[in-house]
Design a protein around this ligand. Structure first.
Ligand code: HEM
Length: 466
């Protein structure tokens, strides 16, 4: 039985809930079908657990912004909550410890915006490595996938841990493959099975890999923390870990800051900051290589603003409305985090006339807003005009919410924006990217996961300028 006045949805079957009515590999089409049948706010069951899916701008804003206090919790009984132990920040309960940690991260990331080791400098430093790597591929076709993953990982690592790894480093490769595996597993078929059948959880099924991966990552983070403790000078932080250790000393043992929190915090930021940005870049370059007119217009704007081949700064974005539109359009069609991170209700509440009890799993379908028909000029095609007004100025429609909305919205939006802009501008300034003649028709359908990724592809690299 659904609770009284609960959002409608398909009939629930014993034991399985609605599991057999959904595609476990990619439920997005099913969610679209169910929202057409039952409305913008509908429910389904994962085993005996009710879940509510929010579709479209109106219901997502109503829950995550207007009723943020009720809808900003995180679920406790899912694979991802168990793997992260609800520590760190992404899966942390909506309470004082989460608030303290979130504020600390935002402040620390903002402080890195200043000084000579600023975020901008760190990103531009990494761009020079990407450029060197691409120069080796001039005249050839190459797969940008691992390159962008490694670059994004290095940027976040340099902020968190003060280190970067060579692109040839096998350690970097293995860490990234763990991130990818856990991100794909977190809302894939095995996670659904784990979440639906608690009695299967102790069996040696593939979802155990997510826990084994977490152990490897935690060991790595612990080693980094020990290393920092040996080499740090209190009060003179070099990176995020040093900042946290300073804060820990200042607060003592009685606060919410703790070394075990730091371990998961490092992993949270690394995982959240790697695949998201790199998959957005992959989407952008897939469309740029297959839309030469769009690429040329970006290059024209970049050349006009950065005369004499100067290095861009993040401030230059205000003078590049078309490039901004292309980046945002890539985020829109890339739909990188389609179902956000799941929320849960922290109290009995009400949404659009329905009752929703405390502890209900809430799935904000961000994907639905990014192609919502009454919100976009061209909802179903790649077209930068979606972000340009009649005067060619950059505008951001309300339905653009790839970072989600409300108090739990992405904490790394500022960093991601800076990375996307600086990397894209520097690469388009120097190189031309061409879809290889023998590559056939491009396949734009992404691979589903917590983060969506474009299918692996190759592009030809040509030099524009010395
Ligand atoms: C294009 C890149 C990115 C996209 C599309 C993206 C998207 C998202 C989304 C949809 C959420 C869930 C928000 C919610 O629960 O309502 C989220 C949360 C989060 N993101 Fe990002 N993200 C990106 C880059 C980053 C980066 C670079 C970092 C690292 C600094 C980061 C750190 C986080 C954290 C820590 C959270 C959890 C926030 C909380 O629970 O309070 N993200 N992100």
């Amino acid at each position: 039985q659904r609770p009284r006045n609960f959002p409608p949805g398909p009939r629930r079957f014993p034991l399985f809930g609605n599991l057999l009515q959904l595609s476990l590999a990619n439920p997005m089409k099913d969610f679209e079908r169910l929202s057409k049948q039952y409305g913008k706010v509908f429910s389904f069951f994962i085993g005996s657990k009710p879940a509510v899916v929010l579709t479209g701008v109106e219901s997502i804003k109503e829950a995550l912004v207007n009723k943020a206090g009720d809808f900003s919790g995180r679920p406790h009984d899912l694979l991802i909550s168990h793997v992260t132990e609800n520590k760190g920040v992404i899966m942390a309960n909506y309470g004082p410890s989460w608030k303290d940690h979130r504020r600390f991260a935002l402040m620390t990331l903002r402080n890195f915006g200043l000084g000579k080791q600023s975020m901008e400098q760190r990103i531009l430093g990494e761009v020079s490595h990407i450029t060197t790597c691409l120069e080796k591929s001039i005249g050839k076709s190459m797969s940008p996938q691992t390159l962008f993953h490694k670059a994004s990982s290095n940027i976040i690592c340099s902020i968190l841990l003060g280190v970067r790894n060579d692109y040839e480093d096998s350690f970097l490769e293995s860490i990234i493959s763990i991130f990818i595996e856990n991100a794909k597993m977190a809302n894939g078929p095995w996670a659904m099975i784990y979440d639906t059948f608690p009695m299967l959880r102790c069996l040696p099924l593939p979802f155990r890999r997510a826990f084994r991966n977490a152990v490897i990552l935690k060991k790595m983070a612990n080693n980094m923390i020990s290393e920092h403790k040996k080499t740090r000078t209190p009060g003179e932080p070099r990176d995020f870990i040093d900042c946290y250790l300073d804060e820990l000393e200042k607060r003592g043992d009685d606060g919410s800051f703790h070394e075990s929190q730091l371990v998961m915090y490092i992993l949270d930021l690394q995982i959240a900051g790697t695949e998201t940005t790199s998959n957005t870049l992959l989407t952008a370059f897939l469309y740029l290589a297959t839309h030469p007119d769009v690429q040329e217009r970006c290059q024209q704007e970049i050349d006009e603003v950065l005369q004499d081949n100067n290095c861009p700064s993040f401030e230059d974005r205000h003078k590049m409305p078309y490039v901004q539109a292309v980046i945002h359009e890539s985020q829109r069609v890339g739909d990188i985090v389609p179902l956000s991170v799941f929320h849960s209700t922290v109290t009995d509440t009400e949404l659009m006339g329905y009752n929703i009890p405390k502890g209900t799993l809430i799935i904000p379908n961000l994907s639905s807003t990014l192609s919502q028909e009454n919100q976009w000029k061209f909802p179903h095609e790649f077209n930068p005009s979606n972000f340009l007004d009649d005067q060619g100025q950059f505008v951001k429609p309300e339905a653009f919410m790839p970072f989600s909305v409300g108090p739990r919205m992405c904490l790394g939006e500022g960093l991601a924006r800076m990375e996307l802009f600086l990397i894209l501008v520097c690469l388009l300034q120097r190189f031309k990217f061409v879809w290889p003649e023998d590559a056939g028709e491009p396949d734009y359908t992404p691979v589903f996961g917590v983060t969506m990724s474009p299918r692996p592809y190759k592009m030809c690299v040509k030099l524009r300028k010395k």
